[in-house]
Design a protein around this ligand. Structure first.
Ligand SMILES: [Zn+2]
Length: 396
C-alpha cells in the first residue's frame, strides 16, 4: 500500500491510497460491507456508485460463513466479485461490544454492560466475553459455542479473507471504563499489536490502532507507541469520549504525534458534522454502517439545498406524513438514479409497504450521498474553500 499527500493546509489534507486493487482518494468515506455486502446493494451497484474501497467485518465473516470457506473461494474479492480495495477490521470491537450489544439492543457505542461483566468476571446468563493476556473467549451468538480470538488468530483470519488493508487486534473499552481499566487494556493492546506485527501476512498492509479512551496521557502514550512501529497506517479506535468535544480533543492530542506520511483512519465514525470536524483535524479515512442502516430505518440523507441541517443531522424521515404526496425527489441536488427517477411520495409508499425495493433504493441514495459529499470535501481542500463549505453546511 502506498499513500501520497496531494494537498495540505495545516492539518487539512487530500491524498491517494494505492493498493494492489486500485486507488482511492482521501479523505475517504468507506462503506461497510459487514457480511461481504454493503447491505441492500450488490457489486454492480458499488461499481456504478464508484465505491473504490469497502470495509468488511472480520468478526461476522469468521462466524459466518467462515474465513476458511472464503479462502477456498479465492478470498473476499472473488467471493463477492468486487475488484477494488478491501479493508477488514480485526474483530476486536465486535467481540467486546456486539456479543453483548446484540443481546441488549445497544448500537455502535459500547455501553457498560459487557465491561461490568469483564471486571467482575461474572458471566451472567449465556452471553459473555472474557479477556486474558493471550486473547479473548466469547460465546458465538449463532451457535452458542465458545470461540477464541487472539492477535495471531485475527491475523490468520484476515489473511484468509485476503483484504488489502488489515487492522491489529485490540481491546475496545467503553466510554464508561475508568482510567485504571483503560490503562490496563491499553497496555495489553500494545502487547497484542506487537504480536500482530510478528504474525501478519506480509502481502497485506497492517494498520496499528491507537487506544486510550478519553484520557489525554493514555492517548498520547498509545499514539507514540504505534508511531514508533512499522505500520502502514493508523486507526484511531475505542471510546471517543462522551461528547463531540471529547472526540475533537482526542484527535488534537493524537494526530500531531502520528507520522504525517501515513494515513489515519477514524474507526466507526461517519456523520456529516463529525466528518467536517475530523477532516479539519487531519483524519483521512472514515468507515460507518450509518448510510445503509439509516436507510433501512427510513432516514434519507439530504444536503442543505434540500433541507439538511446540523439539527436534523442532514436526514429526512421518509415515514413522516408530510411526504405522502410530495412529488420532489429525496434530494433535488443529488445525481443518483433514485433522485432522478423517483419521488419522496413513492419512496414513502414503498417504505410503509416494507417493499424490498425500498431498501435498495434508500441504501443506494444514502451511499451515493456520502460519496459525493466526500468528493465535495476533497474538492474544497484542493481548491481552498473547505472553511466556506463547512460554514455553508454546519453554520459554524
Ligand atoms: Zn439521490
Amino acid at each position: 500500500m502506498k499513500f501520497r499527500i496531494k494537498n495540505q493546509d495545516s492539518q487539512l489534507r487530500t491524498g491517494i491510497v494505492r493498493t494492489e486493487h486500485g486507488k482511492f482518494e482521501t479523505p475517504a468515506f468507506i462503506p461497510v460491507a459487514t457480511l461481504a455486502s454493503v447491505r441492500g446493494l450488490d457489486s454492480r451497484d458499488l461499481k456504478k456508485l464508484k465505491v473504490d474501497v469497502i470495509l468488511a467485518n472480520t468478526y461476522h465473516l469468521y462466524l459466518r460463513p467462515g474465513d476458511e470457506l472464503i479462502r477456498r473461494r479465492g478470498g473476499l474479492h472473488r467471493f463477492m466479485n468486487y475488484d477494488k480495495t478491501i479493508i477488514t477490521d480485526s474483530g476486536g470491537f465486535q467481540v467486546f461490544s456486539l456479543g453483548f450489544g446484540m443481546e441488549h439492543g445497544v448500537g455502535k457505542i459500547a455501553d457498560n454492560i459487557f465491561l461490568e461483566g469483564l471486571r467482575n468476571k461474572n458471566f451472567r446468563g449465556d452471553k459473555w466475553a472474557k479477556v486474558d493476556e493471550k486473547g479473548v473467549s466469547f460465546k458465538n451468538p449463532l451457535t452458542g459455542e465458545i470461540v477464541r480470538l487472539t492477535p495471531e488468530k485475527s491475523m490468520e483470519i484476515q489473511s484468509n479473507l485476503g483484504a488489502d488493508i488489515i487492522f491489529t487486534f485490540d481491546e475496545c473499552t467503553s466510554p464508561l471504563s475508568d482510567k485504571r481499566y483503560t490503562e490496563e487494556a491499553l497496555e495489553r493492546t500494545h502487547r497484542w499489536e506487537e504480536r500482530c506485527l510478528e504474525s501478519y501476512d506480509r502481502k497485506q498492509s497492517l494498520f496499528g490502532i491507537v487506544q486510550g479512551g478519553e484520557y489525554r496521557d493514555l492517548r498520547i502514550r498509545s499514539a507514540r507507541f504505534v508511531a514508533d512501529k512499522d505500520f502502514a497506517g493508523y486507526g484511531i479506535g475505542g471510546s471517543l469520549g462522551k461528547s463531540k468535544e471529547d472526540m475533537h480533543n482526542i484527535l488534537e492530542w493524537v494526530i500531531p504525534v502520528l507520522p504525517e506520511e501515513k494515513p489515519r483512519h477514524l474507526l466507526g465514525i461517519g456523520a456529516v458534522e463529525d466528518i467536517f470536524n475530523s477532516v479539519e483535524r487531519g483524519v483521512d479515512m472514515f468507515d460507518c454502517v450509518a448510510p445503509t442502516r439509516w436507510a433501512r430505518r427510513g432516514h434519507l440523507y439530504v444536503s442543505p439545498e434540500a433541507g439538511g441541517t446540523v439539527e436534523n443531522k442532514f436526514r429526512i424521515n421518509i415515514r413522516n406524513a408530510g411526504f405522502r404526496e410530495d412529488d420532489e425527489p429525496v434530494d433535488k441536488s443529488c445525481n443518483c438514479f433514485v433522485c432522478k427517477n423517483y419521488s419522496r411520495s413513492y419512496l414513502r409508499h414503498l417504505q410503509s409497504a416494507e417493499d424490498l425495493t425500498y431498501f435498495r433504493l434508500a441504501s443506494y441514495h444514502n451511499v451515493n450521498f456520502m460519496l459525493r459529499f466526500m468528493e465535495k470535501i476533497r474538492d474544497s481542500i484542493n481548491n481552498n474553500y473547505f472553511r466556506e463549505l463547512k460554514k455553508e453546511w454546519l453554520g459554524y
